[in-house]
Design a binder for this molecule. Sequence first.
Ligand code: SAH
Length: 225
Amino acid sequence: MRIDIITVVPELLESPLSHSIVGRAIKKGLVEIHVHNLRKYGKGPRQQVDDYSYGGDAGMVIMLEPVYNMIQELKAEREYDEVIYMSPDGEILNQNISNELSLKENIIILCGHYKGIDHRIREHLITREISCGDYVLSGGELPAAILADSIIRLIPGAISDETSALSDCFQDNLLSAPVYTRPANFNGWEVPKVLLSGNPKLIAQWQEEQSLERTARLRPDLLKK
Ligand code: SAH
């Protein structure tokens, strides 16, 4: 899989995409991530990529031309399954969307900044708009990193114990069961006895009960799906 991310602040994406599971997936060759600085196609000596908004609203708007040129350059090299714009008014990211995108070959993620992007980009170049929640951030970079992370951890081989991603929250619309590690007793705070029983069948049954109970209590909306 290949992910191309277009941004005006590439630095914001460096750390989240170079460590832990994502960093290892890149090293293992499971995914290629290319971060492109939109200023490459900026105008004039200052490589300008934003301009005042028509209508006089406060805040700068990312211009159409640099984004168009950047996307054309990428599309000339390969076909893309999706050109995604990170946007607070997009469909709210969930595990189903991440599962679906993890099966794609090539995707572009465009990060907005400032007041947003020229709406014609959204009308003509974008195939899908995704939000990371009902709040507004300064740029699409952190949302893009969240989206990329959630996709990449689903690629077979990205997580050493492959079943581990399957037992995560939201797969099957259920919250996951609680997890514990050593010591089994800390000042009287005990790990549930069943987990120490060594009986895989009992443990699986307990985990399923916990999953259902926690979902019903904390996220009843998921059970309705
Ligand atoms: N004026 C816009 C917000 C601009 S915020 C509005 O009211 O809708 C600047 C950029 O941050 C956006 O272009 C978008 O790419 C990104 N962004 C902000 N909040 C986001 C969210 N919740 N999910 C995804 N992207 C977001």
